[in-house]
Design a protein around this ligand. Structure first.
Ligand SMILES: Nc1ncnc2c1ncn2[C@@H]1O[C@H](COP(=O)(O)OP(=O)(O)O)[C@@H](O)[C@H]1O
Ligand SMILES: [Mg+2]
Length: 229
């Protein structure tokens, strides 16, 4: 079953009089529990596409269906609900709150969702991202890899179906990149659908599917949809 169905998506940014055609007609269908690496040169439209799929931005044209719900044409309020309920985000810059501990950063989305920040829920997540012994550390007391694990924990705490990660290992050394990738792989095996933008060819190769973008278009989609391997 496809959880993400993007059809003929375009995105035009206007900068003064200039128009930037960031995405020029992308159709992409992603099944539940796929692990998809998005690759391509800088400026190819990777972030623009991730932001549209993640309902952080709206396409200029085209339609998007997430988890069976057509999101194109929805109000901002409805998009917020979709973001908070179905989608988790991880970015290259971890975007942690410096004055909150690892535990508090992870629990933040529960507060935004007006859900109780149950300790056991957060304990579970801390365990899942391997940070049980760092729970009361502040971001500046953590390594880059640990900060990204907190960010992943924060993305997971609402139990999303889809995780969107835009260059999650872009600020990490090889060892930490491998650890993060390994963590994402484990989450994927448990059923989480993952889209990960990466410049790391080694990591991309280890994803189940690689979609490469160039000049706002899909250049390759490997293995092709429907391919048995
Ligand atoms: N908010 C924006 N306003 C104007 N142009 C933008 C904006 N965001 C992205 N772009 C342009 O859209 C194109 C694709 O950008 P982006 O999706 O960030 O590329 P990538 O993530 O693949 O490096 C680039 O030419 C970029 O300059
Ligand atoms: Mg980008």
């Amino acid at each position: 079953m496809s959880v993400i169905e993007a059809t003929e998506i375009t995105k035009v940014y206007k900068r003064g009089r200039e128009e930037v055609h960031a995405i020029r007609g992308v159709s992409l269908s992603i099944d539940s529990s796929e692990f998809v690496a998005i690759v391509g040169p800088s400026g190819a439209g990777k972030t623009a596409l991730m932001n549209i799929i993640g309902c952080l931005d709206t396409p200029t044209n085209g339609t998007l269906t997430i988890d069976g719900i057509r999101v194109t044409g929805r109000t901002e309020r409805e998009l917020v609900r979709m973001r908070r309920g179905t989608i988790g985000f991880v970015f290259q810059q971890f975007f942690l709150i410096p004055t909150l501990t690892a535990r508090e950063n992870i629990g933040l989305p529960l507060i935004f969702n007006r859900r109780k920040a149950d300790d056991w829920k957060i304990d579970d997540i801390l365990d899942q991202v391997g940070l049980s012994d760092r729970a009361s550390h502040y971001p500046h007391e953590l390594s880059g890899g640990e900060m990204q694990r907190v960010a992943i924990g924060r993305a997971l705490v609402t139990r999303p179906k889809i995780l969107l990660a835009d260059e999650p290992t872009g600020n990490l050394d090889t060892g930490n990149s491998d650890l993060i990738f390994h963590l994402l792989q484990g989450l994927n095996r448990e059923g989480l659908t993952i889209l990960m933008v990466t410049h790391n060819p080694g990591l991309a190769r280890r994803a189940g599917r690689v979609v490469s973008l160039k000049d706002g278009l899909i250049e390759h989609d490997m293995p092709p949809p429907g391919c048995p391997i």
